[in-house]
Design a protein around this ligand. Structure first.
Ligand SMILES: *[C@@H]1O[C@H](CO)[C@@H](O)[C@H](O)[C@H]1NC(C)=O
Ligand SMILES: *[C@@H]1O[C@H](CO)[C@@H](O)[C@H](O)[C@H]1NC(C)=O
Ligand SMILES: *[C@@H]1O[C@H](CO)[C@@H](O)[C@H](O)[C@H]1NC(C)=O
Ligand SMILES: *[C@@H]1O[C@H](CO)[C@@H](O)[C@H](O)[C@H]1NC(C)=O
Ligand SMILES: *[C@@H]1O[C@H](CO)[C@@H](O)[C@H](O)[C@H]1NC(C)=O
Length: 405
C-alpha cells in the first residue's frame, strides 16, 4: 500500500511539474542584470524556451536592461515572476515592454504576472505604449508590481497595463504606478475585471491627457476597490470611445479619486455604483456625467469635496462637486463640501427622476444649482454655502424636509 501511495504521489508531482513548474531563470540564459549590459537577447531566448510548453519565467534580483518588446505567445500556461521590487526590468525603448498575444485567436488564460518592477528609463516613450500589453486575457492575475520611472521629467511612464480584451475575471492586485503620462490601466471590451488596491499616480499636471483607469467600452463587471487614483488629467474615464457599445456595470468602493483635472467622468450609458466615494481636490469636477447619455449613477456614503482647491481658472462652470448633464442618479448620505464652484450642479433639464437624500452640503461656492424634472431632494442639511441655492423644475418634483437648503 505504501509503495502505491508513493507512486501516486510521484505521478501527481510529475504532472504538476510538467504543466506548471518548469522554472526558466533568465540568468541561466545569459542575462547579467547589472543595469548596463543589454539583456534583451538573453531574456527573449528564455521566453522562447518557456513558450514551448509553459512554465515559470523567473526574473531574479537585479536590474535587467531591455531594448525591445518581450513577446509571449503560447497556448500553454505560464507565470512571470520576480523576487519582489529588487527584480527590475529597465524599459529602454519606445514600444510596449511585455506583450502577451493570443495564439491563433484563442485566449491567453490563467497567467500570473507578479513580484517585480518595471522602470522607464533612457528613452522617451509614446504615451500609448504599455508596460504590459495583453490581448484577450482570461482568468489571469497581475499582482505586486511597481511601475515607475528613474527620471520622471525625461522618461515618464507612458502607460501601465492595457488589457485589450478581457473575460472571466482578470485581477490586478496591488500594482503601484508612478508618473503615468498616458493611461494607467486600460480595459478593452469584455467582462469581469477586478482592480484591487494599488495606486495610479500621474505627473500632477491635471490638464494633460493622462487617465488613471479607462473602461473603453462594453465592459461589464468592472470592480475598482481601495485603489488610489491621483494627480492625472482624468481619474476614471468610463467612455465607449474604443470598445464596441456602451460600458455596462462599473462598481467602485473606497477608491481615492484625488487631485485630478476631473475625477470620475462618465460619457456613455453605463450603470456606475459607488459606495464610500472619496472624490476630492480635482479642478473641473469631482464627478461628471456628460451630455447625451442614459447613465445611471448611484452613490452611497462618502465625501465629494475641495473642488478647485489647487486652482479655479473657470469659475463659471468649473470647480464643482457633482455635475450631471444627462442620465440620472441617486446621491445618498454623502458629504458635499468645500467645492469652490457648485456642490451639486445639474444644468440640463433632461436629467430626471434623480434623488438627493440625507446629504450634508456645506461651505461650497453654491450648494445646489439644479434643474430637471420628477426629482426628490429631501432630508438634507445645507450650511455656510456662499451664494443661495438655485432649484428649478420643482413643479413635477418634491423638495422637502431640508434644513437651510
Ligand atoms: C536612470 O537609469 C539610467 C540607465 O540605467 C542611468 O544611466 C541614469 O543615471 C539613471 N538616472 C537616475 C536619475 O538615476
Ligand atoms: C456610446 O455612448 C454614447 C453616449 O452614451 C451613445 O450615444 C452611443 O450610442 C454609444 N455608442 C455605442 C457604440 O454604444
Ligand atoms: C450632445 O448632442 C448634441 C446634439 O446632437 C450635440 O450638439 C452635442 O455635441 C452632444 N454632446 C456631446 C458631449 O456629445
Ligand atoms: C445656475 O446655473 C446656471 C447654468 O446652469 C446659471 O445660468 C445660473 O446663473 C445659475 N443660477 C444661480 C442662481 O447661480
Ligand atoms: C442639454 O443636453 C442637450 C443634449 O441632450 C444639449 O444640446 C444642451 O446643450 C444641454 N443643455 C445644457 C444647458 O447643458
Amino acid at each position: 500500500m505504501v509503495n502505491i501511495n508513493v507512486v501516486l504521489l510521484v505521478v501527481l508531482l510529475t504532472n504538476f511539474h510538467v504543466v506548471y513548474s518548469t522554472i526558466f531563470n533568465i540568468r541561466d540564459y545569459g542575462a547579467v542584470g547589472d543595469g548596463v549590459t543589454d539583456d534583451t537577447r538573453a531574456i527573449i531566448e528564455t521566453i522562447d524556451k518557456c513558450m514551448e510548453s509553459g512554465g515559470v519565467l523567473y526574473i531574479p534580483t537585479g536590474k535587467f536592461v531591455v531594448r525591445s518588446s518581450l513577446i509571449f505567445k503560447t497556448n500553454f500556461k505560464f507565470t512571470i515572476t520576480g523576487d519582489g521590487i529588487g527584480s527590475v526590468l529597465s524599459w529602454e525603448f519606445d514600444d510596449h515592454l511585455i506583450v502577451i498575444l493570443s495564439q491563433d485567436g484563442s485566449e491567453s488564460s490563467q497567467l500570473t504576472i507578479r513580484d517585480f518592477s518595471i522602470t522607464s528609463s533612457v528613452v522617451l516613450k509614446s504615451l500609448d505604449k504599455f508596460a504590459i500589453y495583453a490581448e484577450d486575457l482570461v482568468q489571469s492575475q497581475i499582482e505586486h508590481l511597481v511601475i515607475n520611472s528613474n527620471d520622471s521629467k525625461s522618461f515618464p511612464v507612458p502607460s501601465g497595463i492595457g488589457m485589450m480584451g478581457v473575460a472571466d475575471t482578470n485581477t490586478i492586485r496591488d500594482v503601484v504606478m508612478w508618473e503615468i503620462k498616458g493611461t494607467g490601466i486600460q480595459i478593452g471590451y469584455g467582462s469581469e475585471i477586478r482592480i484591487l488596491g494599488g495606486r495610479i499616480i500621474g505627473a500632477g499636471i491635471r490638464f494633460d491627457s493622462s487617465i488613471g483607469i479607462h473602461c473603453t467600452g462594453n465592459n461589464g463587471g468592472v470592480h475598482i476597490e481601495n485603489t488610489d487614483i491621483i494627480a492625472l488629467g482624468t481619474g476614471i474615464l468610463i467612455a465607449n470611445s474604443s470598445g464596441v457599445g456602451s460600458n455596462r456595470e462599473i462598481f467602485i468602493s473606497h477608491a481615492t479619486i484625488d487631485s485630478n483635472g476631473r475625477g470620475l467622468v462618465i460619457r456613455d450609458n453605463s450603470y456606475v455604483s459607488i459606495i464610500g466615494i472619496w472624490a476630492a481636490s480635482s479642478t473641473i469636477d469631482q464627478v461628471f456625467i456628460d451630455e447625451n447619455t442614459t447613465a445611471v449613477l448611484s452613490i452611497s456614503g462618502g465625501t465629494i469635496f475641495n473642488g478647485g482647491v489647487y486652482e479655479c481658472p473657470k469659475e463659471s462652470d468649473w470647480c464643482n462637486g457633482l455635475t450631471v448633464r444627462s442620465g440620472t442618479f441617486i446621491l445618498n448620505g454623502v458629504e458635499v463640501r468645500n467645492n469652490n464652484g457648485r456642490g451639486i450642479w445639474i444644468p440640463n433639464k433632461s436629467v430626471t427622476q434623480y434623488q438627493i437624500i440625507a446629504c450634508r452640503i456645506f461651505a461650497n461656492g453654491q450648494g445646489f444649482n439644479v434643474t430637471g424634472s420628477s426629482f426628490m431632494i429631501t432630508n438634507n442639511i445645507c450650511n455656510s454655502n456662499q451664494i443661495p441655492n438655485a432649484i428649478s423644475g420643482t413643479e413635477t418634483s418634491i423638495v422637502l424636509n431640508n434644513l437651510g437648503c
